[in-house]
Design a protein around this ligand. Structure first.
Ligand code: SF4
Length: 315
C-alpha cells in the first residue's frame, strides 16, 4: 500500500481518521519497470465517465490517483483531469502518482485543479535512474521542475529491491532531495515480491541496515513507509515483535518511519479503471482481481462495497 498501492498517502495525512480511495485510471504505461506489480499484458482501457462519477461522489476523504500511468497520452490524461475536476470540491486531499515523464505537459492543469501533492516514482537517483528505468533522468527532472514552477509539492517514491539496495545507490537517491524543492519528501518502501518480475527481493534487515549505513537518518527528506504487504512476505505482520526488533537493532530513526498496520489498510479502497474495487491486500496479484474484487455499479456505494470486502476478509 505504502509505495505500491497509494504512494505517500499514508504519510502524515490523518490517514488514521478517514478513508482513502486509490483509483487506477488506465491499463497502460510508457515504462516497463522490473519491479512493477501491474499486469504485463497492457490494455488501452481508460476509466469511464460513469466510474469517474462514482469515485468523485464516493464520500471518501482522500483521493490517490495512480495509473499504470495517469498522464500516458492525451486520452488518458483527459480522463485523469476529468476525475480531478469532479473530485476537487469533494475530497480533503488530492494526490497523484506518476512516473513523471509527461508531468511537464500537465503541471499547470494539475495545479489549477488543486492537486495537493504529486508522487513521482524513481527507484534511482541522477546517476542510476536511467539504468533502472531505461529513460533519461533529465526528462523526469524537467517534469519535476515544471511542477515546482506551478507550486506543486513533489515527492519521490523509491521501491527498494535487491538490485538497488546498496550504499552507493541510496546515496544517489538521496541526491534527489536537491531537486524536490522545500516541501518535497522522499519515500522508501521495500519491493513486495511478485511472481515473474525481473528484480530480486531484498531482505528487510539488509534494507534497514543499508539505509542507516548510507545516511538515511541524517537526510531530512528521507522517510520510510512500511505496510502489511511489505512485511507479510518476511514475517507474520507489521505488529509482530520481529519487526520491532529489526528496527531497534538497525538504529533507524523511527520519527522518519510510517508503519501502516491492517487497520490503516482497511481504510483504503482500490478501484481499477475497468470497474472493480479491491482491498489493498488483494491488489498485488492481478490475475485474481476478478475473484477478489467486487464490481462497481451505480446501485451500491463504494462505502458499501468496502464493507462487503471487509466482511469477506473476516470470514
Ligand atoms: S512507471 Fe509505474 S506503472 Fe509504469 S511500469 Fe513502472 S512501476 Fe509500473
Amino acid at each position: 500500500m505504502a509505495g505500491a498501492i497509494i504512494g505517500s498517502a499514508t504519510w502524515n495525512q490523518g490517514i488514521d481518521n478517514g478513508y482513502t480511495l486509490g483509483v487506477t485510471v488506465n491499463g497502460n504505461c510508457n515504462l516497463k519497470c522490473g519491479h512493477c506489480y501491474l499486469p504485463r499484458e497492457r490494455s488501452a482501457g481508460v476509466i469511464s465517465d460513469e466510474l469517474i462519477r462514482a469515485c468523485a461522489d464516493s464520500g471518501f476523504d482522500r483521493l490517490a490517483i495512480v495509473g499504470m500511468e495517469p498522464l500516458l497520452n492525451k486520452s488518458v490524461a483527459r480522463q485523469t483531469l476529468k476525475l480531478l475536476e469532479q473530485s476537487q470540491e469533494k475530497f480533503q486531499i488530492l494526490g497523484f502518482i506518476t512516473n513523471g515523464l509527461n508531468l511537464g505537459s500537465y503541471a499547470k492543469e494539475l495545479a489549477a485543479l488543486g492537486v495537493d501533492y504529486v508522487d513521482v516514482s524513481f527507484d534511482g537517483g541522477p546517476s542510476m535512474y536511467q539504468a533502472r528505468r531505461g529513460v533519461p533522468f533529465d526528462k523526469v527532472r524537467r517534469g519535476v521542475e515544471s511542477a515546482l514552477e506551478e507550486d506543486l509539492t513533489v515527492h519521490a517514491l523509491h521501491t527498494l529491491y535487491g538490485e538497488n539496495v546498496s550504499e552507493e545507490s541510496l546515496v544517489d537517491m538521496y541526491a534527489l532531495g536537491n531537486i524536490l524543492g522545500e516541501s518535497g519528501k522522499q519515500f522508501f518502501s521495500p519491493y513486495v515480491f511478485v511472481k515473474g518480475r525481473e528484480v530480486q527481493s531484498a531482505d528487510l534487515s539488509h534494507v534497514l541496515q543499508t539505509l542507516v549505513s548510507s545516511g538515511f537518518n541524517s537526510h531530512e527528506t528521507a522517510h520510510f513507509l512500511l505496510d502489511e504487504l511489505n512485511v507479510r512476505q518476511y514475517v507474520g505482520g507489521i505488529r509482530c515483535s520481529e519487526v520491532q526488533t529489526l528496527f531497534q537493532e538497525c538504529g533507524i530513526d523511527m520519527k522518519k518511519v510510517d508503519l501502516a498496520p491492517l487497520e490503516k489498510m482497511d481504510n483504503v479502497l482500490r478501484v481499477t479503471w475497468d470497474g472493480l474495487c479491491l482491498h489493498p491486500l488483494d491488489t498485488l496479484d492481478t490475475k485474481t482481481y476478478s475473484l477478489t474484487g467486487l464490481k462497481v455499479t451505480s446501485q451500491i456505494s463504494l462505502f458499501d462495497l468496502r464493507s462487503k470486502l471487509l466482511g469477506r476478509r473476516c470470514l
